[in-house]
Design a protein around this ligand. Structure first.
Ligand SMILES: Nc1ncnc2c1ncn2[C@@H]1O[C@H](COP(=O)(O)OP(=O)(O)O)[C@@H](O)[C@H]1O
Ligand SMILES: [Mg+2]
Length: 401
């Protein structure tokens, strides 16, 4: 019997479309001899749909047709397993049974632990980080606080809420000045470079903060890394075992990797020997060198930091850790983790000989093993204290205050 894998994607997030591309690509690569693939698409209005047609990219060009032909479903646990059950129509019946799910979602409202929490409540095994790791991976401030407490290298930064800025901007602007210009201003909880601006001179800071406030009530301002080289490395694993991918160097002509660099491509030449998106299959037009040409000592440092970050931030599944390197001082800073990276970073594993199909197989196998291991741990006690519950007097003689 084939293992039934539900691939969950979409969701109410600014990275909705990116998630569709990632998921359709992954569904096409899952070993169909071993696994039965069940697409689970969450539309922008949070409705869940299933149907084999959702494995094709063309379906997403016309939402009206999609709505008409895909089945609206919800995920439920029953005595005999996990099911996608129809939510409308005369007969509410189970349309699919699921053994395990593979979330390929990006951004706030999905990748940030919301979906992990939902799946944990239902009890179904799922790939990728649990709520804690997922949530840490979303908040650019809390992730830094955790990384700093573990002694991991991060850039100088400050953060504040919009309300604090609106009531007393002078102190906040003073803190930013202490970091020293140029700085980069970011909404704390977004992704894909949305709402991010580089500020070279103090006179432009307020405009950048106002822009970031449009997207989030929590803002982070960081020291801009000079002589920037950006590299990424992915980790596949869980708390016990981890495997590192090759390191990729991102190439751009802009001050920083923009949304266009990541997903659209602006036709600018970035120079260097580049692997285009189509070649590397990373679905963006961003150019990169894989493996990155780095000093051996920096490469070793990054390998160590990727494992330490994966551990410190409670990550699981495939995570990509992004780095900022000052190529003159050779200082390495961790920028951020991506807890469910675009294309699951398969092209970085491919560079070391593991193809996408194998990567997905490893990920699903690990998820099932983790689930079994977890269920060997004691999660409840034999005695039901409620059996002796005595109304307002509490549990007879046993109530502790
Ligand atoms: N401190 C920094 N110094 C220099 N460049 C930076 C810094 N922080 C971010 N960048 C640039 O901005 C891009 C987007 O920032 P990032 O924090 O990764 O946000 P996102 O979550 O949107 O990917 C990075 O890929 C990098 O090019
Ligand atoms: Mg990033």
């Amino acid at each position: 019997m084939k293992i039934k894998v539900g691939v969950i994607f979409g969701g109410e997030t600014v990275e909705h479309e990116v998630s569709i591309i990632s998921a359709v690509q992954a569904m096409g690569q899952i070993n169909q001899e071993k696994y039965d693939v069940i697409p689970i698409y969450i539309s922008k209005d949070r409705t869940w749909y299933t149907g084999k047609m959702l494995m094709e990219m063309d379906v997403y060009k016309d939402f009206e047709t999609l709505k008409r032909y895909a089945k609206k479903v919800t995920l439920v646990k029953k005595d005999n397993g996990f099911f996608l059950t129809k939510v409308d129509g005369l007969f509410k019946r189970d349309v699919e049974e699921l053994d395990v799910v593979l979330p390929i979602v990006h951004g706030k409202g999905a990748e940030d632990g919301s979906l992990a929490g939902l799946l944990d409540s239902v009890g179904i095994p799922y790939a990728g980080p649990k709520m804690l790791g997922a949530a840490l991976g979303q908040d650019k401030v809390v992730m830094k606080q955790v990384m700093a407490s573990c002694g991991l290298p991060i850039v100088d930064y400050t953060w504040f809420y919009d309300a604090e800025y609106l009531s007393d901007s002078a102190n906040i602007l003073k803190d930013i000045k202490k970091i020293g210009y140029p700085v980069i201003v970011k909404p704390a909880n977004l992704g894909s470079s949305v709402g991010i601006n580089v500020v070279k001179k103090e006179k432009d800071i307020e405009k950048a903060i106002e822009e970031a406030i449009k997207y989030d009530n929590k803002i982070v301002v960081e020291k801009m890394v000079d002589n920037l080289v950006e590299v990424n490395q992915a980790v596949l694993g869980n708390y016990e075992t981890q495997e590192l991918s090759a390191i990729a160097e991102m190439l751009t002509n802009n001050d920083f990797l923009t949304y266009e660099d990541k997903y659209i491509g602006n036709g600018k030449k970035t120079g260097g020997k580049k692997v285009s998106a189509k070649g590397s299959g990373n679905m963006s037009n961003s150019a990169m060198n894989i493996p990155a040409k780095l000093d051996k000592t920096i490469e070793k440092k990054i390998n160590e930091l990727s494992l330490e970050t994966f551990r410190a931030l409670n990550l699981r599944g495939v995570a990509r850790i992004d780095y900022l390197i000052d190529k003159k001082s050779k200082k390495v800073y961790i920028n951020e983790p991506n807890t469910i990276p675009g294309s699951l970073s398969f092209y970085m594993f491919k560079a070391l000989g593991k193809n996408y199909t194998e990567l997905l197989d490893d990920l699903i196998t690990m998820t099932i093993k983790d689930y079994k291991d977890e269920h060997k741990k004691t999660t409840s006690f034999e005695t039901n204290i409620l059996s002796t519950y005595n109304g307002s007097k509490g549990v007879k003689g046993k109530m502790k205050i």
